[in-house]
Ligand binder design. Structure first.
Ligand SMILES: NC(=O)c1ccc[n+]([C@@H]2O[C@H](COP(=O)([O-])OP(=O)(O)OC[C@H]3O[C@@H](n4cnc5c(N)ncnc54)[C@H](O)[C@@H]3O)[C@@H](O)[C@H]2O)c1
Length: 229
């Protein structure tokens, strides 16, 4: 079977996982990659043996039917819409959008024209699928709740360009939350009510990773959250 040609937009830290993962698959092949920062696209293209092109060229390529959107969170919705408008399927890193309004626009656009066939799906890994099997088989009886906890100082100690984690669209809630909330909703059912408290513990974060060691980031989103759904 001929592999499906895919494109990658956003050639940053996580993109290697996709390039190397795709290289192991017989189902897909990365044909081209693009980034606002063309040098980043060229670097990944050279490393993984694909073509570096502009975002416009990638979206105009009729052979590419699926585009992986690995941009930073506040670019997720606009780039996803560009991909949909180009008549292609989009696979998106979390979060779907940086705000509810953007997510709704995204949803509304999906219902128009060619995109009517597209659906939103969350992909879960092996650990989640094992949990799902245990719940579905009745092995643990009726689940009465679930609890999740994420404890980490932050990304400024290891990510090469960590600013987006502390800006709208990032933060604990939209960056890490989607994993856990999606798991809970899928395993236990929809949320009826929410009670939560959040705070910004440190107004600034100082990067200690390279190459931006010493850069000070103004924190704009909550970094501590406790909630009951
Ligand atoms: N780094 C990780 O370990 C990790 C893990 C899981 C998920 N993610 C998610 O993957 C996404 C990307 O993360 P990352 O760590 O690779 O970020 P990154 O900052 O290292 O890379 C993002 C890239 O997107 C490019 N970009 C930004 N806006 C763009 C636009 N409008 N058009 C084209 N290119 C654009 C940037 O120039 C940059 O090269 C984020 O949503 C993040 O939450 C990251």
């Amino acid at each position: 079977m001929k592999p499906i040609s895919i494109g990658v937009i956003g050639c940053g830290n996580i993109s290697d996982a996709y390039f190397t993962g795709a290289a192991r698959s017989e189902l897909v092949r990365v044909k081209a990659c693009a980034d606002l920062n063309h040098a980043a696209a060229q670097a990944k293209a050279g490393q993984h043996g694909v073509a570096a092109v502009s975002v416009e060229q990638l979206l105009a390529d009729p052979e590419i039917s699926i585009v992986i959107n690995l941009t930073i969170p506040r670019a997720h919705a606009p780039v996803a819409l560009q991909i949909l408008d180009a008549g292609k399927h989009v696979y998106l890193e979390k979060p779907l959008a940086a705000t509810l309004t953007e997510a709704r626009v995204d949803g509304a656009r999906r219902c128009q024209g060619f995109a009517r066939r597209l659906r939103t799906r969350y992909l879960f890994g092996a650990a989640h699928q094992a949990c799902r099997r245990v719940v579905d088989s009745g092995q643990i009886g009726k689940p009465i709740g679930g609890s999740v906890a994420v404890l980490s100082h932050g990304m400024e100690t290891w990510h090469p360009n960590p600013e987006f984690f502390f800006k709208p669209g990032g933060g604990l809630i939209l960056d890490m939350g989607p994993y856990y909330i999606a798991q809970l909703v899928n395993l236990l059912g929809p949320v009826a009510r929410v009670a939560a408290c959040t705070t910004i513990g440190n107004a600034t974060r100082t990067v200690t990773s390279e190459p931006l060691n010493g850069q000070v980031i103004q924190v704009e989103v909550p970094t501590t959250m406790n909630g009951v759904l």
